[in-house]
Design a protein around this ligand. Structure first.
Ligand code: ADP
Length: 453
């Protein structure tokens, strides 16, 4: 029941409710109707007998009995008897037993040959003639048989009605819940495109769904404003920091070039220079991450040879890798081309290979591979370094997250490298995956769809 949609849940509940209601109604009707029908039948029998005395007339020493007595209205057999209870006229059912004694105003139940009958006798005095009896006979078995037919019919009709109601209910509930599906689609679209400017379309009726959509849109507007504010703030701060960092770096360069500083001061200056260049890297990464959604502000896309670009980055990265005696092996499929932002792709490779060097072991190896399928470019960087703990893996894509800050060196950034790699892959319509084992190594693989300009 947990995984069933609301549409199905409501339909099932509603159908169950209908079934219970039908069962209760059916049982009530059955017991009532049986009793009601039989008592109304008895009443009918009496009325017919009483009414039939109008068909008798005594005139000119003759008793006239109207032939209407033979009509068998409502299946009632009528017969007329004289004061000595001798049969005069009328109809008696063929299988009716030898007449039981006539009694005045009494209802009897007579059974014979598997049939049950109601009989009702009534005595009347005709002026000049004397007493006459009229007897009415009605088959109870036949009446009950017609009730049984009714029950059988309802046994078939009721389930059909319940099924019809369930099908109808399913469609009506589906129609009522359509705004919820629209909301789900919009939310998924927003999630996919990360475009907070999208809004949920309003419903035609001003019902609860309309209000829910309004509340949701309101929340989206607020989120959009606060995200924009945050991005603007990051971008402004980064811009403001760029100039003083550049000034620090240029002063450091100048002092280093002079070569007049004592050795220990030179060492301190190198540390300042190192930290300042780390800050410069961080600021430029922050500036990039604070860019608006790539769906809204497009990338600087051009047709590029990814194979050549990767080879170039690998060659450049061999220099820092040598510091740790790390060998970089490249398996690059030639002439892979796509439309992409060249600067961003370089940044993606550099960040991944830098991390592999950073967290790789002394004298280890890094493998860089590039290949393509019909639809995607698949790039991977594999190292045999320290690896990542499983509980850290889901978080390494978050800004400023460092799995174990104590093991990060002065060379490392501030936990912005991987968020940027992810951002670049997604900005190109792709994605990135990671597999890692502690003390064995890590493998980062990105997939970017091939596009032609
Ligand atoms: P940082 O500037 O700290 O390198 P990143 O965003 O590039 O920031 O990486 C986030 C964290 O993921 C790092 O602090 C590190 O713990 C972990 N990490 C990234 N790449 C690797 C790798 N190749 N091997 C092991 N750990 C890694």
């Amino acid at each position: 029941m947990k995984r069933i949609s609301i549409k199905w849940k409501l339909t099932i509940l509603y159908t169950l409710f209908m079934m219970i209601l039908v069962c209760i109604t059916w049982t009530l009707l059955l017991s009532l109707s049986n009793r009601e029908i039989l008592s109304s039948v008895k009443q009918q029998l009496k009325d017919q007998v009483y009414g039939s005395f109008d068909e008798l007339e005594y005139e000119d020493q003759t008793l006239d009995i109207d032939s209407d007595i033979l009509n068998m209205e409502n299946g009632i057999f009528l017969s007329v008897y004289d004061g000595q209870k001798k049969f005069l006229y009328g109809k008696i059912p063929a299988d009716f037993p030898a007449a039981p004694a006539l009694k005045n105003d009494e209802l009897h139940t007579v059974s014979a040959n598997g049939i049950t009958w109601y009989t009702f006798d009534s005595k009347h005095t005709l002026n000049g003639y004397g007493d006459v009896y009229i007897r009415g006979i009605l088959s109870v078995t036949k009446t009950e048989a017609s009730i049984t037919v009714l029950i059988r019919m309802s046994l078939f009709i009721m389930p059909v009605l319940v099924i019809l109601a369930a099908v109808l209910g399913y469609f009506i509930i589906g129609k009522l819940l359509r705004p919820v599906n629209t909301m789900i689609h919009t939310v998924l679209e927003i999630q996919e495109s990360e475009d907070l400017s999208k809004r949920i379309p309003g419903t035609k009726t001003q019902d609860e769904f309309y209000r829910l959509a309004e509340c949701f849109n309101d929340m989206l507007s607020r989120l959009e404003t606060s995200f924009q504010r945050e991005k603007q703030f990051t971008s402004d701060v980064s811009h403001e920091l760029r100039t003083p960092i550049t000034v620090i770096l240029s002063h450091c360069d100048y002092l280093m070039e002079q070569g007049t500083l004592p050795k220990d001061c030179q060492k301190e200056l190198e540390i300042i220079q190192q930290r300042a260049s780390n800050m410069a890297k961080m600021v430029s990464q922050l500036l990039l991450l604070s860019r608006p959604n790539p769906n809204i502000s497009p990338l600087n896309v051009e047709s590029i040879n990814v194979s050549e670009l990767t080879e170039m980055v690998v060659e450049e990265e061999r220099i820092p890798a040598e510091v740790k005696q790390i060998q970089i092996y490249a398996e690059i499929e030639p002439a892979i081309k796509t439309a992409a932002d060249q600067a961003l792709l370089i940044r993606l490779w550099v960040n991944l290979i830098n991390n592999a060097i950073q967290y790789g072991k002394e004298g280890g190896r890094i493998t860089v591979t590039l290949q393509k399928t019909n639809t995607n470019i698949i790039g991977a960087v594999m190292d045999d370094g320290i690896g990542i703990e499983p509980e850290d893996l889901p978080h390494i894509w978050q800004r400023f997250y460092q799995a174990d800050p104590s093991r990060t060196s002065e060379q490392s950034g501030a936990g912005l490298g991987l968020p940027m790699v992810k951002w670049i892959a997604e900005a190109h319509g792709g994605h990135i995956e990671v597999t890692s084992t502690k003390n064995i190594g890590s493998k980062f693989t990105f997939f970017i769809p091939i596009r032609n300009l």
